[in-house]
Design a protein around this ligand. Sequence first.
Ligand code: 4NP
Length: 157
Amino acid sequence: MKRVLFVCLGNICRSPAAEAIMKAKLRQLGKENEFVVDSAGTYGGHAGALPDERMRERASRRGYVVDSRSRAFYPSADFPGFDLIIGMDNQNVTDLKRLALHADERNKIVRMMDFFPGETPYREVPDPYYEGTDGFELVLDLLEKAIDGLLEHLGMK
Ligand code: 4NP
C-alpha cells in the first residue's frame, strides 16, 4: 500500500484537484486498491468546506469529480500516515518542512512539479484563487501531466 498526500494552502483548489485526478488515473489503471490518496491545506481556515466552485466546474468538464472536504494538515497524524507528502508550490514545501521534526519526516516532502515530465517554465503549481478561469485550466493542465510523471515514478505506468 502506498500513501500519498497532496498539500496546498487552502485545500480547496489545487490539492483536492490533484487528489481527484490521482484517484481517477489509478482507477483507470485498476490500481486504486493499492493506494491511499488524500489532500490537506497548510492553512486550516477552509476546513469542512467543499472545493472552490470554479475548480469543481472546470475539473468536471474533464471528467473529474472534485468533492473532498477541506481539512488542515496535521503533522502528528500526517507525517506517520503518508509515505509521500506533495506540496503544490514552494511556500507549501517550506511550510511543511518547518513542521517536520525529523529527517524521516522531512524526506517525505516533495514538490508536485518535480514529477512533471518534459519541458515547462512552471516550477510550481500556481495558486489560482485570485485568478480567472485560465488559472484553473492551467492548474489542471499542470496537474494532469505531473501526476502522470508521479505514477511513472511510482512504477504504475
Ligand atoms: P489552494 O487555493 O491553496 O489551491 O486551495 C487557495 C485557497 C484559499 C486561499 C488561498 C489559496 N485563501 O487565501 O483563502
